[in-house]
Design a protein around this ligand. Structure first.
Ligand code: HEC
Ligand code: HEC
Length: 170
């Protein structure tokens, strides 16, 4: 009986390891976030800043952001209820904890269970990856803000944060 249970445990762990390996390969071969698209999201969430890939925050954060669009970082970014709900569902579907992308998982793991950040730039992961860039660099005219990902990561909107593509503008 005992060895039968051991056998089952062994088989289960082999099965889950291979699922992990298999799901790892869903990630685009180059280790980047899967490019995603949604017409309304693209239209409504890219007019003021970088179109932030949904892998960059967990679902709880997107829900909070989408519930507070009337007071969105000092702007009124309100949407009609149907559009808002549609975009919220899209963001939730592709949120950090649902991705097997390495960077998405690190972002999610750097947020404590009780915290609901509404900024990617305030997550521990983001801060640890950008702590060597000085505040004055972020303030350059060509950059302006830590939130302006696309100034330095050309492929940001497609979910590409590859080190080989990073270029800090003068
Ligand atoms: C009317 C302009 C406007 C629109 C439209 C808008 N935003 Fe923003 N958003 C802002 C401003 C301003 C900031 C703060 C930027 C900064 O700190 O440099 C911001 C910041 C953010 C941040 C935090 C960035 C960080 O610091 O990590 C997220 C996430 C975000 N917006 C998501 C959205 C989403 C999702 C939508 C679409 C539903 C949206 N925004 C539409 C103006 C806008
Ligand atoms: C001033 C330029 C600049 C801005 C703006 C910026 N980054 Fe970065 N980012 C960098 C640099 C430089 C690195 C380090 C590259 C390396 O690892 O050598 C980096 C690293 C990263 C990494 C880690 C890559 C890895 O695997 O090591 C991620 C993810 C990332 N940035 C996301 C973002 C996001 C999301 C935003 C916007 C909210 C952003 N960055 C804004 C310059 C910038």
């Amino acid at each position: 009986m005992k060895s039968w249970i051991n056998f089952l445990v062994l088989m289960t762990s082999i099965a889950s390891t291979s699922t992990l390996l298999a799901s790892g390969s869903i990630e685009t071969g180059n280790g980047q976030m899967l490019p995603v698209t949604h017409a309304k999201w693209k239209a409504e969430c890219s007019s003021c800043h970088t179109l932030y890939h949904p892998n960059l925050l967990p679902e709880k954060s997107w829900n909070k952001i989408m519930a507070g669009l009337d007071q969105h970082f000092g702007e009124n970014a309100s949407l009609d209820a149907i559009t808002r709900d549609e975009i919220t569902r899209f963001l939730a579907l592709h949120s950090a904890e649902k991705s097997d992308n390495r960077r998405a998982q690190h972002i999610n793991q750097s947020i404590s269970a009780s915290d609901v950040p509404i900024r990617i730039t305030q997550t521990r992961y983001f801060m640890s990856k950008h702590d060597e860039i000085s505040a004055s660099t972020f303030k350059r005219k060509s950059i302006g803000s830590t939130a302006n990902c696309i100034a330095c990561h050309q492929g940001a909107e497609k979910g590409n944060f590859s080190e080989s593509q990073v270029k800090i503008p003068r």
